[in-house]
Design a binder for this molecule. Structure first.
Ligand SMILES: Cc1cc2nc3c(=O)[nH]c(=O)nc-3n(C[C@H](O)[C@H](O)[C@H](O)COP(=O)(O)O)c2cc1C
Length: 420
């Protein structure tokens, strides 16, 4: 039986370990995690979601405070259309995050940045262009275009000197989305260097409706693989979503995948940005606690733990400080929900908003415990300690387990606590 380590990903004349750690927004996939993936010969991701918050945490800058200061007068105004991102500062924050990550990179792997196009930032095209250009300027190895796939994204980068040398990939959840993207970007005479096919068991936002359970990754993967072969398009295909063991990964590699993208197994590693208390919630999760709901104002279903503090929280919209989900008219569906509840309960000290959440605030605070479908299996990947908590893992341990495991086995780490 073959193991993941028997395969290699060919990408731009390079040979890589076929494991890509997926982007996990608002610094859950940290620079440290991405650097570790690259050191081990695979591909790691950082994410540019809420880049100013990430930069402030890493570099002690004041990007968020300064924006809030500028727009403070508007906090009580439901109309957020004047709350704008300063494009120069978005570029500055992006460059700081990317450049320092790339400086830390060691080994033969690569580091990409995950750009979620649903972060419309009150000026979708202008802000996305700046985000993409700044990441390329700062030397990122590649870009993965995610959630909300903007069909014109390649055109936005066309005039960048690195447009043809950086590795550019897309995430799709159907053949239809891929065909549309290829058609729309044909004019740039540049194919994606890789295509991630994300199935319905992934973490984060899903490219499916609430009927997600009617779909399965293997079927969509096969359909896209056969389409690419028929069209003689030699683009590495990278399945994602629910690939929990090395054997799951080897199955796809044996069936023509170039690599696999994985995330959930890494959420409980030291290098991951989730605070340790949240990691313990992931370890302890039971199957019935993993839910898919519509509380994200993006309009996409999102998978998360049902005990996520963000669910039902009636936080005042924080668009003056953040505002990443404001559309080009300055609207966000959470603002509508919050206004509705406030009008219905004008004297309430604390509001409960059930249908939507202030995703910016709660992702910033790690209060949306978004996760893959198989999170309830994380408890099988580590040791339960005497106090009932679980031993945190290292990214290298999880990475190597994917690489070497056979027969759906999961290797436990060396025990750190003798009393366990
Ligand atoms: C905590 C978490 C956060 C995620 N955030 C993002 C994100 O910001 N952008 C994105 O494109 N995908 C995101 N994903 C999806 C992953 O990158 C990946 O494709 C998917 O989760 C792989 O499936 P697995 O978690 O079952 O291994 C996230 C996944 C998790 C678990």
């Amino acid at each position: 039986m073959k193991r993941v380590d028997d395969f290699r990903l060919q990408l731009g004349g390079r040979e890589l370990v076929p494991i890509m750690i997926g982007g996990m927004g608002v610094d859950i996939s940290t620079a440290e995690l991405a650097v570790e993936a690259a050191r081990l010969g695979g591909i790691g991701h950082i994410s540019d979601a809420m880049i100013k918050t990430v930069a402030d945490r890493r570099f002690n800058t004041r990007f968020v405070k300064d924006k809030l200061q500028q727009y403070k007068f508007n906090v009580d105004n439901p109309d957020k259309s004047m709350v704008r991102f300063d494009l120069g500062r978005v570029a500055e924050a992006t460059k700081m995050h990317v450049a320092s990550t790339m400086e830390a990179k060691r080994g033969d792997g690569m580091i990409f940045i995950n750009c979620m196009e649903k972060l419309t930032m009150n000026a979708p095209k202008e802000t996305l262009r700046v985000r993409l250009h700044a990441a390329l300027d700062a030397g990122i190895d590649g870009i993965t275009l995610a959630a909300g796939l903007h069909l014109g994204s390649f055109a936005l980068m066309e005039d960048h000197p690195r447009f043809r040398d950086a590795k550019l990939g897309i995430i799709v959840s159907s053949l239809r989305a891929l065909v549309l993207f290829l058609k729309k970007s044909a004019r740039t005479q540049r194919l994606p260097d890789f295509v991630v096919v994300e199935g319905p068991l992934a973490g984060g936002h899903l490219g499916f409706g609430l009927d997600w359970s009617n779909y399965d990754l293997a079927t969509i993967f096969t359909e896209i693989r056969d389409y690419l072969a028929a069209e003689k398009l030699d683009i590495p295909l990278i399945p994602a979503g629910g690939i929990f063991t090395g054997s799951d990964a080897a199955f796809f590699l044996e069936n023509g995948a170039g690599a696999v993208q994985v995330a959930t197994r890494f959420t409980v590693t030291r290098e991951c940005g989730l605070p340790e208390e949240a990691q313990q919630e992931y370890f302890q999760a039971q199957a019935e606690q993993i839910v898919v709901n519509m509380i994200s104002p993006t309009g996409y279903p999102m998978r998360m733990l049902s005990n996520s503090p963000a669910i039902g929280a009636g936080t005042r919209p924080n668009c003056e400080a953040y505002g990443y989900l404001l559309d080009s008219n300055g609207a966000c569906s959470y603002i509508d929900s919050w206004n509705r509840e406030q009008a219905a309960h004008p004297d309430a000290k604390k509001l409960a908003v059930l249908d939507k959440t202030c995703l910016c605030t709660h992702m910033r605070n790690f209060d949306v415990w978004t996760c893959g479908h198989y999170t309830y299996r994380l408890k099988d990947t580590s040791h339960r300690l005497a106090d009932g908590s679980y031993q945190q893992l290292t990214a290298a341990h999880v990475f190597n387990d994917y690489l070497r495991s056979t027969d759906n086995q999961i290797a436990l780490p060396p025990k750190e606590d003798a009393s366990a």
